[in-house]
Ligand binder design. Structure first.
Ligand SMILES: Cc1cc2nc3c(=O)[nH]c(=O)nc-3n(C[C@H](O)[C@H](O)[C@H](O)COP(=O)(O)OP(=O)(O)OC[C@H]3O[C@@H](n4cnc5c(N)ncnc54)[C@H](O)[C@@H]3O)c2cc1C
Length: 417
């Protein structure tokens, strides 16, 4: 099979679908290539596990500033803020998060971090007490990896950008009633999406880019938008002809994919403290437990455990059964109920998924410039989107923004001709 079109989009996750939507709405002929048999990528709602949808990937809309509210509002999708969160404080007592958290903290940074400095190194240079770390981790959302793995300069810039946009203080998370995948299905309506189209070679040596798939299909277009996850790009499972310039390849390799584990635990009757949406014990494996049934009116309760960094690596190393057993013990400890027996439970992560190879990107020390190198167009033919290319990386709205940005870049190039 050989298909020619005006724009090819590789990947039918949030970034690819947003790019394709905007370009098709602007009157261009667009085809989307997707390796999986479903759309959504790292948004994947499972409706078979429990009476309420279980999110294998993205679960929450982070903040009222998220651009994805556009879809939520247009489609009339119901959401619910994640309200009461309890956190285990220093003395082991469960307290409302606001009481543990230092809400009046002054985020002005006395000395700027250096490019090679991790958050941990920076904090110890500033002599911040480790007692303050839990507050920082939660409020600044540095919970994707361990503090020694994350670039301090990147976090500092994120925090100041978010403070400027008023996103940080008092910003809530929102759960999507009925499943996160409603957002991607709304965007995908009427798009030409080829499933099972696993791209293996992108030949951009000529004016027409030639995209070869493992099933023998060939797609050609003068412009291609790539939304491949960083983990996929790092794996070299997609080859480029000519090879990517060294600076871009270095940028790809400099970023990291986080290790994240999710646990879905379903109980026939409620087990969480009434009215509580989340319980956080930062020393736990996993540290976070959320009530996914909250406000749904469903009878039983679906709890979601979440852990990244060392906690996730420990659970993954134990394997699905022993990892699950450890996490369930943790949950019993959190709820103070040694007798708890779930009706169904499972552990899930994305590290072994060939089309994701990890959960989402983050910036390690020294890689502060990588994201902007990665997001720039290459030879006016290859355009780059995906969560890792946006300043709100690691989020659905970051992916959405990146798709919108790549579509604008393509339209601008066409207008110049
Ligand atoms: C466990 C977990 C929890 C998360 N929780 C949240 C959350 O609560 N809130 C939030 O905002 N974000 C969350 N995220 C992050 C969010 O899901 C991602 O940032 C976002 O969905 C990424 O979208 P994307 O389009 O950039 O990439 P993807 O969704 O990964 O899309 C890329 C697409 O490319 C396809 N592909 C890969 N390789 C090939 C190939 N060779 N050929 C063709 N197609 C290919 C993939 O199948 C995929 O469909 C979470 C992610 C995970 C994994």
């Amino acid at each position: 099979m050989k298909v020619n079109t005006e724009v090819l989009v590789i990947g039918a996750g949030m970034a690819g679908l947003k790019a394709a939507r905007d370009l098709q709405d602007a009157g261009l002929a667009v085809q989307v290539l997707e390796a999986r048999d479903r759309i959504g990528g790292r948004i994947h709602t499972d409706r078979d596990f429990a009476p309420v949808p279980a999110e294998m990937g993205a679960e929450l809309i982070h903040g009222l500033g998220a651009e994805t509210w556009e879809i939520v509002r247009q489609q009339g999708i119901a959401t619910r803020p994640v309200r009461r969160i309890l956190m285990r404080g220093n003395k082991g007592r469960w307290q409302p998060l606001e009481e543990v958290s230092n809400g009046d903290r002054d985020w002005e940074l006395p000395v700027l971090p250096q490019d090679h400095e991790s958050v941990q190194a920076y904090l110890s240079r500033l002599r911040v007490s480790p007692n303050e770390y839990p507050d920082l981790v939660h409020r600044l959302r540095i919970d994707t990896a361990e503090l020694h793995e994350v670039s301090a300069l990147e976090v500092a810039q994120q925090v100041s950008a978010q403070l400027e946009e008023g996103e940080l203080e008092g910003d809530a998370d929102f759960r999507v009633h009925g499943g996160y995948d409603q957002l991607v299905h709304a965007l995908a309506d009427g798009l030409h999406i080829h499933h099972g189209a696993q791209v293996e070679l992108i030949d951009y040596s000529g004016l027409e880019v030639r995209v070869y798939c493992t099933n023998g299909a060939l797609f050609t277009a003068p412009r291609v938008i790539l939304t491949l996850p960083v983990g996929v790009l790092q794996s070299r499972m997609v080859r480029f002809l000519p090879a990517l310039p060294a600076s871009r390849q270095a940028a790809v390799d400099a970023l990291k994919m986080s290790d994240v584990v999710k646990l879905h635990v379903y109980f026939d009757a409620p087990v969480f403290p009434p009215g509580v949406d989340g319980m956080v014990d930062l020393d736990g494996t996993p540290p976070y437990w959320w009530n996914a049934s909250s406000g749904s009116g469903a009878q039983g309760e679906l709890l979601v455990g979440w852990g990244a960094g060392d906690a996730a690596r420990r659970l993954i190393a134990l394997g699905p059964q022993d990892g699950l057993a450890l996490a369930l013990d943790q949950l019993r400890g959190v709820l103070g109920r040694a007798d708890l027996k779930p009706a169904a439970a499972r552990l899930h992560h994305w590290n072994a998924d060939p089309f994701a190879r990890g959960a989402y990107s983050f910036v390690p020390p020294g890689a502060h410039q990588a994201r902007s190198v990665l997001s720039a167009p290459l030879e006016d033919r290859l355009f780059w989107a995906g969560e890792a290319t946006d300043s709100r990386y690691g989020t659905v709205h970051g992916a959405y923004r990146s798709g919108a940005r790549a579509a604008v870049e393509v339209l601008a190039r066409i207008a110049q001709r």
